[in-house]
Write a protein that binds this ligand. Structure first.
Ligand code: ADP
Ligand code: MG
Ligand code: ZN
Length: 603
């Protein structure tokens, strides 16, 4: 993709530069050039020349004497001495007293330097600027200030552009967008049977899943101009500026049709207008203008608007109604196969060993977004360089998953022996409870090497395949697994530590969701007690029930977690021998694999 035009600086900026150049010339360059032509001589030479009547013109300044020889061929200067008879002697030697020696030396050259050269620069710059302006669509931008003009970047197709093949997984989204590209290439096929394309397409999904990337791929595939702008770029300090930018953007787009307009992070301008006093006038005006513009052209003009957001629920309903953004394309977190493909796409950019098992890596990185996977591959390459290898190995990739998820290993963090033992018991507790519950996913790896994220150790679980549904039992087991760490501490060491704060949070979240959202409580049945407010950004939820019910929910959450904790403790107690053996093993080795773990457990 090549960028035809960069966002411009205002014209005044260039005029300023030209003025500065002229000033610098006059202040520095001209005097300097003139000074260079002057030859410095000692006072004796000056006196000798005076006596020989060889002085043409002379100028006695306050700290030096500037003079020429009789033929005016050379300028000299010398220091000023305390010489009372000087003026008389000069007068006697027929010297002409003149104050304009330096300026007169080369009137032509100085004229050239002070006036002609800056003018040439000025005209040259002007011409260059005009050309730049002409290239801008419509060429209507020859005003001094281009405030309120959209500075959308225009992309056109080029050989090094991003293609659909660079976006792995996300097949549904790609299919959807491929249809748009196809329509722009040959609209006849569609208009023949009377189909019209949607005006607006909204890409929604969590951060890092490739929404921006997909839009760029559309630009790379479509042979049409592609205007790209971020929602926040519309919002200016002055009210009305954003609206004028929207108007300008659409004007340009209509002139260039067929074309694609892409507005990234549209929630910056497309948020609900709530009519509250002191609302954001500028944003609302911008949104109103966008709504008007989207109504202002027919579906067959060939302008297609793409937008991306990870907060679709905050968008104004007027924006998402049919006729505006009437198609919504979900861009979800990649599944197992998608993750494997994304890893492979990014692995092409680095050198990887031939025996790397991407399927395995993909399974380990469950829940990772495309951006995180790209990051994992890059970290692996960096790790390979750090250890002096020519290509990234399976080990590098596995370690970089942990780096991306948990931070770097803190090599010289000092844990006391006792702490290390506690962490070992804690982690083995998680793994043991997971393994002893039939439905829980097997353990991939357990480590007690502290991480820069603050984790003192962790147990990595692996999902065998894709999971779309979770049963009530599985969720309960998950709570038990999460509480297993604390249970092991209590059973083996007899006291509890602060190390389980993260676990507690997680257990509570699962238990609460079971009761308020999944209808898995004892007596509430299928009533939604909570609504999720932002599905793609962590999924915060807010309660929608009476305070009495809220109290009852809390009670049930407590009893649910408590029950699972008791279960975890029971499993740990029943397997106390194994717990000790495994914890000691982990303490000695700091990291053990899932296989080692199962071997010891089953021996
Ligand atoms: P967002 O959805 O937040 O706009 P981006 O499109 O900016 O995410 O993705 C960030 C980066 O993550 C991309 O530049 C790309 O390297 C990587 N990435 C994300 N999804 C994918 C994917 N499906 N295939 C390949 N790379 C991806
Ligand atoms: Mg983005
Ligand atoms: Zn834990």
């Amino acid at each position: 993709m090549n960028e035809v035009q960069k966002p411009k600086k205002p014209l005044i900026f260039y005029y300023g530069i030209v003025l500065l150049v002229i000033l610098l010339f006059n202040l520095i360059a001209v005097p300097w050039m003139a000074e260079r032509q002057i030859k410095e001589v000692d006072y004796g030479t000056f006196m000798a020349m005076t006596e020989e009547n060889n002085i043409g013109r002379v100028n006695v300044q306050n700290n030096r004497i500037v003079f020429t020889d009789k033929d005016n061929t050379q300028i000299y200067k010398t220091g000023l001495m305390d010489d009372p008879g000087l003026i008389d002697r000069l007068h006697n030697s027929d010297a002409v007293f003149s104050s304009e020696i330096i300026e007169e030396t080369s009137p032509f050259l100085s004229f050239l330097l002070t006036w002609i050269l800056p003018m040439v620069i000025f005209i040259g710059l002007g011409q260059f600027m005009t050309k730049q302006l002409m290239r801008k669509a419509g060429g209507q931008n020859s005003m001094m200030f281009n405030m309120g003009k959209s500075n959308a970047k225009v992309y056109v197709k080029s050989s090094d552009g991003i293609k659909f093949s660079d976006v792995a997984g996300e097949d549904e989204a790609k299919e959807n967008l491929a249809e748009i590209v196809d329509y722009l290439h040959n609209p006849g096929k569609y208009t023949e049977i009377g189909a019209s394309m949607p005006k607006g397409i909204l890409l929604v999904g969590p951060p890092g899943t490739g929404k921006t990337l997909l839009a760029k791929a559309v630009a790379g595939e479509a042979n049409v101009p592609f205007f790209s702008m971020s929602g926040s770029e519309f919002v200016e300090m002055f009210v009305g500026m954003g609206a004028s930018k929207v108007r300008d953007l659409f004007k340009q787009a209509k002139e260039k049709a067929p074309c694609i307009v892409f507005i990234d992070e549209i929630d910056a301008i497309g948020g609900k207008r709530d009519g509250r006093a002191g609302g954001n006038d500028e944003r609302e005006q911008t949104l109103n203008q966008l709504l008007t513009e989207m109504d202002g052209f027919e579906g067959d003009t060939g302008v297609i608007i793409l937008a991306a957001t990870n907060r679709p629920e905050t968008l104004d309903p007027a924006l998402t109604r049919p006729g505006r953004f009437d198609r919504r394309v979900p861009v979800e977190l990649p599944d197992l196969k998608g993750r494997e493909e994304i890893l492979k796409v990014h692995a092409k950019k680095i050198k990887v060993a031939a025996d790397v098992d991407f399927g395995h890596i993909a399974r380990m990185a469950s829940g990772a977004s495309g951006a995180e996977l790209a990051n994992i591959v890059n970290e692996a390459a960096l790790r390979a360089v750090r250890s002096g290898r020519k290509e990234a190995t399976q080990d590098d990739l596995e370690e970089s998953i942990e780096v991306v998820i948990a931070g770097y290993q803190k090599k010289n963090a000092i844990m006391t022996d006792k702490e290390k033992m506690i962490v070992a018991y804690h982690e083995i507790g998680h793994a043991l409870v997971a393994a002893r519950q039939t439905d829980s996913a097997p353990v991939q790896k357990i480590t007690i090497v502290p991480r820069t994220s603050g984790a003192l150790g962790y147990t990595m679980q692996v999902e065998e395949g894709n999971h779309y549904l979770m049963s009530k039992e599985e969720m309960e087991n998950k709570i038990a697994t999460v509480t297993g760490g604390r249970a092991a501490e209590e059973v083996a060491i007899g006291s509890v530590t602060t190390g389980a704060s993260n676990d507690i949070e997680q257990a509570t979240r699962i238990a609460r969701a079971m009761i308020t959202r999944y209808g898995m409580s004892e007596d509430f049945g299928m009533v939604a007690l909570e609504t999720v407010t932002n599905q793609y950004l962590g999924g915060d939820a807010s309660l929608t029930c009476s305070p009495e019910t809220a109290r009852e929910i809390d009670r049930q959450v407590v009893s649910l977690v408590k029950k699972q904790y008791e279960k975890a403790k029971r499993i740990i107690t029943e397997n106390k021998d194994k717990l000790d053996e495994l914890a000691r093993h982990l303490y000695r080795n700091e990291t053990i694999t899932g296989e080692e773990f199962m071997n010891i457990l089953n021996s």
